[in-house]
Design a protein around this ligand. Structure first.
Ligand code: IDP
Ligand code: MG
Length: 140
C-alpha cells in the first residue's frame, strides 16, 4: 500500500481551501493517515525542497512556503502517489487542466514563486523521504 505526502500551501491554507483539498482526496477514495497544521521552519523546507536548491526560484519558494501555516497530510492507497499528482494537475496553475486541484483552485498571483495550492510527492522514494521529514513519528 502506497503513501504520499500532500501539502496545502500557505496561500491556499489562507484562502480556506484545506477542506476542499481533503474532500477531493477522500472522494477519490484515498485514506487520510495523518494531518498537521504548522508554519514550516526553514530548515524543514530546505530539506523538503533540497532538489531545487540553487535554482532561480529557490529563495522565493522558501519565502512563500514559510509565509504562514500549511496543512501537511499523509494519504494512503494503491498508486496514490501518481493518483494524487493527477488530481493536483500541472505545476503551473494557469496551464493546469480544469477539473484538477491546481486548475480549479489555483491561479497566477504575480508572485516570485508559483503558488499552486498543493504539493504532492513525485515518487515512492520522495514520499518516504518527505513523510520522514514531516511526520517522523510515522517512519521506522
Ligand atoms: P511540482 O510541485 O509540480 O512537483 P516542482 O518542479 O517540483 O513542481 O517545483 C516545486 C515547486 O516550486 C512548485 O510546486 C512551485 O511552487 C515552485 N516552482 C516550480 N517551478 C517554478 C518556477 O519556474 N518559478 C517559480 N516557482 C516555481
Ligand atoms: Mg516536485
Amino acid at each position: 500500500m502506497e503513501r504520499s505526502l500532500v501539502l496545502v500551501k500557505p496561500e491556499a491554507f489562507a484562502r480556506g481551501l484545506t477542506g476542499e483539498v481533503l474532500r477531493r482526496i477522500e472522494a477519490k477514495g484515498y485514506r487520510l493517515v495523518a494531518l498537521s497544521i504548522l508554519t514550516p521552519p526553514r530548515e524543514l523546507l530546505g530539506r523538503h525542497y533540497a532538489e531545487h536548491e540553487g535554482k532561480p526560484f529557490f529563495e522565493s519558494l522558501m519565502a512563500f512556503m514559510s509565509s504562514g501555516p500549511v496543512t501537511a497530510i499523509v494519504i494512503e492507497g494503491e498508486q496514490c502517489i501518481a493518483g494524487f499528482r493527477s488530481l493536483a494537475g500541472a505545476t503551473d496553475p494557469t496551464k493546469a487542466a480544469p477539473g484538477s486541484i491546481r486548475g480549479d483552485l489555483g491561479r497566477d498571483w504575480g508572485q516570485g514563486s508559483t503558488q499552486n495550492v498543493v504539493h504532492g510527492s513525485d515518487s515512492p522514494e520522495s514520499a518516504a523521504r518527505e513523510i520522514g521529514l514531516w511526520f517522523p513519528e510515522l517512519s521506522g
